[in-house]
Design a protein around this ligand. Structure first.
Ligand SMILES: NC(=O)c1ccc[n+]([C@@H]2O[C@H](COP(=O)([O-])OP(=O)(O)OC[C@H]3O[C@@H](n4cnc5c(N)ncnc54)[C@H](OP(=O)(O)O)[C@@H]3O)[C@@H](O)[C@H]2O)c1
Length: 371
Protein backbone atom coordinates (compact mmCIF):
# COMPACT_ATOMS: atom_id res chain seq x y z
CA UNK A 1 0.00 0.00 0.00
CA UNK A 2 1.28 3.48 -0.79
CA UNK A 3 2.62 5.45 2.17
CA UNK A 4 0.85 8.57 3.43
CA UNK A 5 3.13 11.57 3.63
CA UNK A 6 1.73 14.91 4.83
CA UNK A 7 1.24 17.76 2.36
CA UNK A 8 2.79 20.95 3.74
CA UNK A 9 2.39 22.65 0.36
CA UNK A 10 -1.39 22.87 0.68
CA UNK A 11 -2.79 26.17 1.91
CA UNK A 12 -5.11 26.14 4.94
CA UNK A 13 -8.09 26.73 2.65
CA UNK A 14 -7.13 23.78 0.44
CA UNK A 15 -6.56 21.54 3.45
CA UNK A 16 -10.12 22.10 4.67
CA UNK A 17 -12.35 19.34 3.40
CA UNK A 18 -15.80 19.83 2.00
CA UNK A 19 -17.57 22.51 4.11
CA UNK A 20 -21.18 22.17 5.23
CA UNK A 21 -22.40 24.74 2.72
CA UNK A 22 -20.68 22.97 -0.16
CA UNK A 23 -21.97 19.62 1.06
CA UNK A 24 -25.54 20.98 1.20
CA UNK A 25 -25.17 22.62 -2.20
CA UNK A 26 -23.87 19.30 -3.56
CA UNK A 27 -26.85 17.32 -2.27
CA UNK A 28 -29.26 20.00 -3.52
CA UNK A 29 -27.73 19.71 -6.98
CA UNK A 30 -27.98 15.91 -6.88
CA UNK A 31 -31.65 16.01 -5.89
CA UNK A 32 -32.32 18.63 -8.57
CA UNK A 33 -30.56 16.45 -11.17
CA UNK A 34 -32.58 13.35 -10.30
CA UNK A 35 -35.93 15.18 -10.22
CA UNK A 36 -35.47 17.32 -13.31
CA UNK A 37 -33.01 15.48 -15.56
CA UNK A 38 -35.75 14.35 -17.96
CA UNK A 39 -36.90 17.95 -18.31
CA UNK A 40 -33.44 19.52 -18.61
CA UNK A 41 -32.47 16.93 -21.25
CA UNK A 42 -35.75 17.06 -23.18
CA UNK A 43 -34.06 18.76 -26.17
CA UNK A 44 -32.00 15.59 -26.77
CA UNK A 45 -33.07 12.78 -29.06
CA UNK A 46 -32.85 9.22 -27.83
CA UNK A 47 -30.73 7.55 -29.07
CA UNK A 48 -28.41 10.48 -29.65
CA UNK A 49 -27.81 10.74 -33.42
CA UNK A 50 -24.12 10.04 -34.09
CA UNK A 51 -22.06 11.09 -37.12
CA UNK A 52 -20.55 8.44 -39.37
CA UNK A 53 -17.60 6.99 -37.46
CA UNK A 54 -15.90 5.03 -40.25
CA UNK A 55 -12.14 4.83 -39.55
CA UNK A 56 -12.59 5.86 -35.89
CA UNK A 57 -11.29 3.46 -33.23
CA UNK A 58 -12.78 3.56 -29.73
CA UNK A 59 -11.95 1.63 -26.58
CA UNK A 60 -14.86 1.37 -24.13
CA UNK A 61 -14.16 -0.07 -20.68
CA UNK A 62 -16.93 -1.92 -18.84
CA UNK A 63 -19.03 -2.44 -21.95
CA UNK A 64 -20.85 -5.59 -20.83
CA UNK A 65 -23.52 -3.72 -18.90
CA UNK A 66 -25.44 -0.47 -18.52
CA UNK A 67 -24.11 2.73 -20.08
CA UNK A 68 -20.93 1.11 -21.48
CA UNK A 69 -22.91 -1.60 -23.28
CA UNK A 70 -25.08 1.06 -24.94
CA UNK A 71 -22.05 3.09 -25.99
CA UNK A 72 -20.21 0.12 -27.50
CA UNK A 73 -23.26 -0.90 -29.53
CA UNK A 74 -24.10 2.58 -30.79
CA UNK A 75 -20.50 3.46 -31.68
CA UNK A 76 -20.13 0.19 -33.62
CA UNK A 77 -23.48 0.71 -35.36
CA UNK A 78 -22.24 4.12 -36.48
CA UNK A 79 -19.22 2.52 -38.16
CA UNK A 80 -16.51 2.81 -35.49
CA UNK A 81 -14.12 0.00 -34.71
CA UNK A 82 -14.93 -0.73 -31.06
CA UNK A 83 -12.73 -2.50 -28.54
CA UNK A 84 -14.79 -3.84 -25.64
CA UNK A 85 -12.33 -3.73 -22.72
CA UNK A 86 -14.01 -5.99 -20.18
CA UNK A 87 -13.40 -8.33 -17.28
CA UNK A 88 -15.85 -10.91 -18.63
CA UNK A 89 -14.94 -11.62 -22.28
CA UNK A 90 -17.55 -14.38 -22.64
CA UNK A 91 -20.35 -11.94 -21.81
CA UNK A 92 -18.95 -9.48 -24.35
CA UNK A 93 -18.78 -12.12 -27.12
CA UNK A 94 -22.40 -13.13 -26.37
CA UNK A 95 -23.47 -9.49 -26.70
CA UNK A 96 -21.69 -9.06 -30.03
CA UNK A 97 -23.41 -12.21 -31.30
CA UNK A 98 -26.78 -10.82 -30.18
CA UNK A 99 -26.19 -7.42 -31.83
CA UNK A 100 -24.97 -9.07 -35.01
CA UNK A 101 -28.05 -11.33 -35.11
CA UNK A 102 -30.24 -8.22 -35.00
CA UNK A 103 -28.58 -6.89 -38.16
CA UNK A 104 -28.40 -8.12 -41.73
CA UNK A 105 -25.54 -10.58 -42.33
CA UNK A 106 -23.98 -8.22 -44.90
CA UNK A 107 -23.61 -5.43 -42.35
CA UNK A 108 -20.95 -6.73 -40.00
CA UNK A 109 -20.11 -4.72 -36.91
CA UNK A 110 -16.42 -4.06 -36.30
CA UNK A 111 -16.03 -5.04 -32.66
CA UNK A 112 -13.41 -6.96 -30.75
CA UNK A 113 -13.03 -7.99 -27.14
CA UNK A 114 -9.97 -7.57 -24.95
CA UNK A 115 -9.70 -8.58 -21.31
CA UNK A 116 -9.21 -5.82 -18.75
CA UNK A 117 -9.75 -6.11 -15.02
CA UNK A 118 -9.43 -2.74 -13.32
CA UNK A 119 -9.01 -4.40 -9.93
CA UNK A 120 -5.55 -5.43 -11.13
CA UNK A 121 -3.06 -2.76 -12.21
CA UNK A 122 -1.03 -5.52 -13.88
CA UNK A 123 -4.06 -6.25 -16.08
CA UNK A 124 -4.13 -2.55 -17.08
CA UNK A 125 -0.44 -2.67 -18.03
CA UNK A 126 -0.92 -5.89 -20.03
CA UNK A 127 -3.94 -4.43 -21.85
CA UNK A 128 -2.10 -1.21 -22.74
CA UNK A 129 1.02 -3.03 -23.91
CA UNK A 130 -1.04 -5.37 -26.09
CA UNK A 131 -2.93 -2.45 -27.66
CA UNK A 132 0.11 -0.17 -28.11
CA UNK A 133 2.10 -3.00 -29.74
CA UNK A 134 -0.26 -2.89 -32.71
CA UNK A 135 1.05 0.61 -33.51
CA UNK A 136 -2.47 1.64 -34.54
CA UNK A 137 -4.17 4.98 -33.86
CA UNK A 138 -6.63 5.25 -31.00
CA UNK A 139 -9.14 8.07 -31.43
CA UNK A 140 -11.35 7.69 -28.35
CA UNK A 141 -10.73 6.11 -24.97
CA UNK A 142 -13.89 5.92 -22.86
CA UNK A 143 -13.14 5.19 -19.20
CA UNK A 144 -16.63 3.99 -18.34
CA UNK A 145 -16.25 0.95 -16.04
CA UNK A 146 -16.99 1.81 -12.46
CA UNK A 147 -18.33 0.47 -9.19
CA UNK A 148 -20.47 1.85 -6.39
CA UNK A 149 -20.62 -0.90 -3.77
CA UNK A 150 -23.41 0.74 -1.81
CA UNK A 151 -23.47 -0.25 1.86
CA UNK A 152 -20.62 -2.74 1.43
CA UNK A 153 -17.69 -2.87 3.87
CA UNK A 154 -14.32 -1.47 2.81
CA UNK A 155 -12.58 -3.84 0.39
CA UNK A 156 -9.08 -3.72 -1.02
CA UNK A 157 -7.70 -4.85 -4.37
CA UNK A 158 -4.75 -7.22 -4.57
CA UNK A 159 -2.66 -4.10 -5.27
CA UNK A 160 -3.63 -2.88 -1.78
CA UNK A 161 -5.99 -0.06 -2.75
CA UNK A 162 -9.56 0.61 -1.65
CA UNK A 163 -11.69 -0.79 -4.47
CA UNK A 164 -13.63 2.38 -5.42
CA UNK A 165 -10.46 4.44 -5.73
CA UNK A 166 -8.79 1.67 -7.75
CA UNK A 167 -11.61 0.88 -10.21
CA UNK A 168 -13.02 4.41 -10.60
CA UNK A 169 -9.82 6.45 -10.52
CA UNK A 170 -6.41 4.73 -10.28
CA UNK A 171 -6.83 2.07 -12.97
CA UNK A 172 -8.44 4.47 -15.53
CA UNK A 173 -5.66 6.99 -14.80
CA UNK A 174 -3.00 4.33 -15.50
CA UNK A 175 -4.83 3.26 -18.64
CA UNK A 176 -5.05 6.86 -19.92
CA UNK A 177 -1.33 7.50 -19.37
CA UNK A 178 -0.16 4.18 -20.83
CA UNK A 179 -2.36 4.56 -23.92
CA UNK A 180 -0.98 8.04 -24.73
CA UNK A 181 1.28 6.68 -27.54
CA UNK A 182 -1.79 5.27 -29.34
CA UNK A 183 -3.86 8.41 -28.61
CA UNK A 184 -1.04 10.49 -30.10
CA UNK A 185 -1.19 8.33 -33.24
CA UNK A 186 -4.95 8.99 -33.38
CA UNK A 187 -4.66 12.75 -32.72
CA UNK A 188 -6.93 14.67 -32.57
CA UNK A 189 -8.14 12.18 -30.01
CA UNK A 190 -10.09 12.18 -26.74
CA UNK A 191 -10.15 10.65 -23.33
CA UNK A 192 -13.73 10.58 -22.02
CA UNK A 193 -14.22 9.77 -18.33
CA UNK A 194 -17.69 8.69 -17.27
CA UNK A 195 -17.76 10.63 -14.03
CA UNK A 196 -20.68 11.40 -11.71
CA UNK A 197 -22.48 14.33 -10.11
CA UNK A 198 -21.81 12.50 -6.86
CA UNK A 199 -18.40 14.21 -7.00
CA UNK A 200 -20.27 17.31 -5.71
CA UNK A 201 -20.53 15.65 -2.29
CA UNK A 202 -17.00 14.26 -2.31
CA UNK A 203 -13.67 15.53 -1.05
CA UNK A 204 -10.19 14.11 -1.52
CA UNK A 205 -7.70 13.72 1.31
CA UNK A 206 -4.46 13.33 -0.64
CA UNK A 207 -2.76 11.90 2.44
CA UNK A 208 -5.41 9.22 2.83
CA UNK A 209 -6.91 8.35 -0.55
CA UNK A 210 -7.32 4.78 0.70
CA UNK A 211 -9.28 5.69 3.86
CA UNK A 212 -6.86 3.79 6.09
CA UNK A 213 -5.51 6.42 8.47
CA UNK A 214 -8.62 6.34 10.69
CA UNK A 215 -9.01 10.11 10.18
CA UNK A 216 -11.78 9.62 7.61
CA UNK A 217 -14.21 6.84 8.40
CA UNK A 218 -14.90 4.86 5.24
CA UNK A 219 -18.38 4.59 3.79
CA UNK A 220 -19.12 3.41 0.25
CA UNK A 221 -20.61 6.86 -0.45
CA UNK A 222 -17.37 8.58 0.57
CA UNK A 223 -15.31 6.03 -1.38
CA UNK A 224 -17.38 6.54 -4.53
CA UNK A 225 -17.73 10.34 -4.41
CA UNK A 226 -14.06 10.94 -3.60
CA UNK A 227 -12.93 8.57 -6.37
CA UNK A 228 -15.00 10.55 -8.88
CA UNK A 229 -13.62 13.88 -7.60
CA UNK A 230 -10.05 12.51 -7.75
CA UNK A 231 -10.72 11.55 -11.37
CA UNK A 232 -11.71 15.13 -12.26
CA UNK A 233 -8.65 16.56 -10.49
CA UNK A 234 -6.26 14.12 -12.21
CA UNK A 235 -7.93 14.77 -15.59
CA UNK A 236 -7.60 18.53 -15.09
CA UNK A 237 -3.84 18.31 -14.55
CA UNK A 238 -3.50 15.83 -17.41
CA UNK A 239 -5.29 18.26 -19.75
CA UNK A 240 -3.20 21.15 -18.43
CA UNK A 241 0.11 19.32 -18.94
CA UNK A 242 -0.63 17.88 -22.37
CA UNK A 243 0.84 20.20 -25.00
CA UNK A 244 -1.70 21.65 -27.45
CA UNK A 245 0.24 20.05 -30.35
CA UNK A 246 -0.50 16.59 -28.87
CA UNK A 247 -4.14 17.14 -29.86
CA UNK A 248 -5.51 15.02 -27.01
CA UNK A 249 -8.62 16.32 -25.23
CA UNK A 250 -9.68 15.17 -21.79
CA UNK A 251 -13.37 15.38 -20.87
CA UNK A 252 -15.37 14.24 -17.85
CA UNK A 253 -19.11 13.64 -18.17
CA UNK A 254 -22.06 13.06 -15.90
CA UNK A 255 -24.48 10.48 -17.34
CA UNK A 256 -27.31 11.53 -15.01
CA UNK A 257 -29.11 9.09 -12.73
CA UNK A 258 -29.47 5.93 -14.74
CA UNK A 259 -31.17 2.58 -14.20
CA UNK A 260 -28.32 0.10 -14.58
CA UNK A 261 -26.63 -2.69 -12.65
CA UNK A 262 -24.81 -0.07 -10.62
CA UNK A 263 -27.47 -0.65 -7.95
CA UNK A 264 -26.72 -4.36 -7.73
CA UNK A 265 -25.30 -3.99 -4.20
CA UNK A 266 -28.28 -2.08 -2.81
CA UNK A 267 -30.24 -3.84 -0.06
CA UNK A 268 -33.16 -5.75 -1.65
CA UNK A 269 -35.83 -3.36 -0.36
CA UNK A 270 -34.06 -0.26 -1.73
CA UNK A 271 -33.42 -2.10 -4.99
CA UNK A 272 -37.14 -2.62 -5.46
CA UNK A 273 -37.73 1.10 -4.93
CA UNK A 274 -34.89 1.93 -7.34
CA UNK A 275 -36.51 -0.10 -10.09
CA UNK A 276 -40.09 0.83 -9.25
CA UNK A 277 -39.53 4.59 -9.51
CA UNK A 278 -38.16 4.74 -13.03
CA UNK A 279 -40.08 7.91 -13.87
CA UNK A 280 -37.16 10.04 -12.76
CA UNK A 281 -34.34 7.78 -13.92
CA UNK A 282 -32.78 7.61 -17.37
CA UNK A 283 -32.62 4.30 -19.16
CA UNK A 284 -29.07 3.26 -20.14
CA UNK A 285 -29.51 4.60 -23.68
CA UNK A 286 -30.38 8.05 -22.29
CA UNK A 287 -27.50 7.81 -19.82
CA UNK A 288 -25.05 7.07 -22.63
CA UNK A 289 -25.74 10.37 -24.44
CA UNK A 290 -23.35 12.69 -22.60
CA UNK A 291 -20.37 10.33 -23.06
CA UNK A 292 -21.27 9.68 -26.71
CA UNK A 293 -21.60 13.42 -27.24
CA UNK A 294 -18.17 14.02 -25.63
CA UNK A 295 -16.70 11.21 -27.73
CA UNK A 296 -18.03 12.34 -31.09
CA UNK A 297 -19.11 15.99 -31.20
CA UNK A 298 -16.60 18.04 -33.25
CA UNK A 299 -17.07 21.15 -31.07
CA UNK A 300 -15.72 19.36 -27.98
CA UNK A 301 -12.15 19.67 -29.24
CA UNK A 302 -12.49 23.43 -29.66
CA UNK A 303 -14.13 23.70 -26.25
CA UNK A 304 -11.30 21.80 -24.53
CA UNK A 305 -8.66 23.89 -26.27
CA UNK A 306 -10.46 27.13 -25.31
CA UNK A 307 -10.51 26.08 -21.63
CA UNK A 308 -6.82 25.26 -21.88
CA UNK A 309 -5.99 28.60 -23.48
CA UNK A 310 -7.94 30.38 -20.70
CA UNK A 311 -6.01 28.35 -18.10
CA UNK A 312 -9.32 27.27 -16.58
CA UNK A 313 -8.45 25.08 -13.54
CA UNK A 314 -10.83 22.22 -14.38
CA UNK A 315 -10.98 20.02 -17.49
CA UNK A 316 -14.10 20.09 -19.68
CA UNK A 317 -17.18 18.70 -17.91
CA UNK A 318 -20.32 17.76 -19.84
CA UNK A 319 -23.66 17.33 -18.07
CA UNK A 320 -26.33 14.64 -18.54
CA UNK A 321 -28.01 17.09 -20.94
CA UNK A 322 -24.88 17.35 -23.12
CA UNK A 323 -24.15 20.92 -22.03
CA UNK A 324 -20.90 22.20 -20.56
CA UNK A 325 -21.22 22.46 -16.79
CA UNK A 326 -19.07 23.65 -13.94
CA UNK A 327 -17.67 20.92 -11.73
CA UNK A 328 -17.78 21.32 -7.93
CA UNK A 329 -15.92 24.01 -5.99
CA UNK A 330 -13.66 21.26 -4.61
CA UNK A 331 -12.67 20.33 -8.17
CA UNK A 332 -11.35 23.88 -8.64
CA UNK A 333 -8.76 23.53 -5.86
CA UNK A 334 -5.77 23.55 -8.14
CA UNK A 335 -3.10 22.87 -5.50
CA UNK A 336 -5.01 19.83 -4.31
CA UNK A 337 -5.39 18.72 -7.92
CA UNK A 338 -1.61 18.88 -8.37
CA UNK A 339 -1.16 16.78 -5.23
CA UNK A 340 -3.75 14.28 -6.49
CA UNK A 341 -1.81 14.05 -9.77
CA UNK A 342 1.49 13.38 -7.97
CA UNK A 343 -0.03 10.96 -5.49
CA UNK A 344 -1.88 9.09 -8.23
CA UNK A 345 1.28 8.61 -10.30
CA UNK A 346 2.98 7.28 -7.20
CA UNK A 347 0.08 4.94 -6.39
CA UNK A 348 -0.09 3.55 -9.94
CA UNK A 349 3.65 2.90 -9.95
CA UNK A 350 4.73 5.45 -12.57
CA UNK A 351 7.57 7.98 -12.29
CA UNK A 352 6.50 11.63 -11.81
CA UNK A 353 7.70 12.49 -15.35
CA UNK A 354 5.92 9.51 -16.97
CA UNK A 355 3.72 11.66 -19.21
CA UNK A 356 6.60 13.80 -20.52
CA UNK A 357 8.69 10.68 -21.22
CA UNK A 358 5.85 8.96 -23.08
CA UNK A 359 5.23 12.08 -25.17
CA UNK A 360 8.94 12.08 -26.09
CA UNK A 361 8.50 8.49 -27.30
CA UNK A 362 10.49 6.99 -24.41
CA UNK A 363 9.67 3.72 -22.64
CA UNK A 364 8.21 4.03 -19.13
CA UNK A 365 8.27 1.20 -16.63
CA UNK A 366 5.24 0.64 -14.37
CA UNK A 367 5.89 -0.90 -10.96
CA UNK A 368 2.83 -3.10 -11.34
CA UNK A 369 3.94 -4.82 -14.53
CA UNK A 370 4.27 -8.57 -13.86
CA UNK A 371 7.49 -10.04 -15.22
N1 LIG B 1 -26.02 4.48 -13.19
C1 LIG B 1 -25.91 5.72 -12.70
O1 LIG B 1 -26.89 6.31 -12.19
C2 LIG B 1 -24.60 6.43 -12.79
C3 LIG B 1 -24.56 7.78 -12.37
C4 LIG B 1 -23.35 8.46 -12.44
C5 LIG B 1 -22.22 7.82 -12.93
N2 LIG B 1 -22.29 6.52 -13.33
C6 LIG B 1 -21.04 5.89 -13.83
O2 LIG B 1 -21.30 5.28 -15.08
C7 LIG B 1 -20.33 4.25 -15.30
C8 LIG B 1 -21.02 3.00 -15.82
O3 LIG B 1 -21.84 2.49 -14.78
P1 LIG B 1 -23.26 1.83 -15.04
O4 LIG B 1 -24.26 2.66 -14.36
O5 LIG B 1 -23.45 1.51 -16.48
O6 LIG B 1 -23.10 0.50 -14.13
P2 LIG B 1 -23.05 -1.05 -14.51
O7 LIG B 1 -24.25 -1.44 -15.27
O8 LIG B 1 -22.79 -1.72 -13.22
O9 LIG B 1 -21.77 -1.18 -15.45
C9 LIG B 1 -20.47 -1.09 -14.94
C10 LIG B 1 -19.51 -1.77 -15.88
O10 LIG B 1 -18.21 -1.69 -15.29
C11 LIG B 1 -17.63 -2.98 -15.30
N3 LIG B 1 -16.68 -3.20 -14.23
C12 LIG B 1 -16.90 -3.16 -12.90
N4 LIG B 1 -15.78 -3.48 -12.24
C13 LIG B 1 -14.84 -3.72 -13.17
C14 LIG B 1 -13.49 -4.13 -13.13
N5 LIG B 1 -12.86 -4.40 -11.98
N6 LIG B 1 -12.80 -4.28 -14.28
C15 LIG B 1 -13.41 -4.06 -15.46
N7 LIG B 1 -14.68 -3.72 -15.57
C16 LIG B 1 -15.40 -3.54 -14.44
C17 LIG B 1 -18.81 -3.92 -15.16
O11 LIG B 1 -18.42 -5.21 -15.60
P3 LIG B 1 -19.30 -6.53 -15.24
O12 LIG B 1 -20.46 -6.50 -16.19
O13 LIG B 1 -18.35 -7.64 -15.48
O14 LIG B 1 -19.72 -6.38 -13.80
C18 LIG B 1 -19.81 -3.26 -16.08
O15 LIG B 1 -19.59 -3.62 -17.42
C19 LIG B 1 -19.61 4.06 -13.96
O16 LIG B 1 -18.36 4.71 -14.02
C20 LIG B 1 -20.52 4.76 -12.97
O17 LIG B 1 -19.82 5.26 -11.85
C21 LIG B 1 -23.45 5.82 -13.27
Amino acid sequence: MASSSSSPLLSRQEKQGLGWMEWLKGWSYLIYEVLFQKITARHLQNPLPLPSLESVTCIVTGSTSGIGLEMARQLAESGAHVVMAVRNPTAAHDLIQEWQNDRSKTCLLSIEVMELNLLSLDSVVRFSKAWNSRLKPLHVLINNAGIFSIGQPQNFSKDGYEEHIQVNHLAPALLSILLLPSLLRGSPSRIVNVNSSMHFVGSVDVDDMNFVSGKNKFTSLKGYSSSKLAQIMFSSILQKCLPIEAGISVVCVSPGSVRTNVARDLPKIVQVAYHVIPIFLFIAQEGSRSALFAATDPQILEYCMALKADEWPVCAYISHSCRPMNASTEAHKIQTAHKVWEKTLDMIGLPSDAMEKILEGKEVQCKYEAH
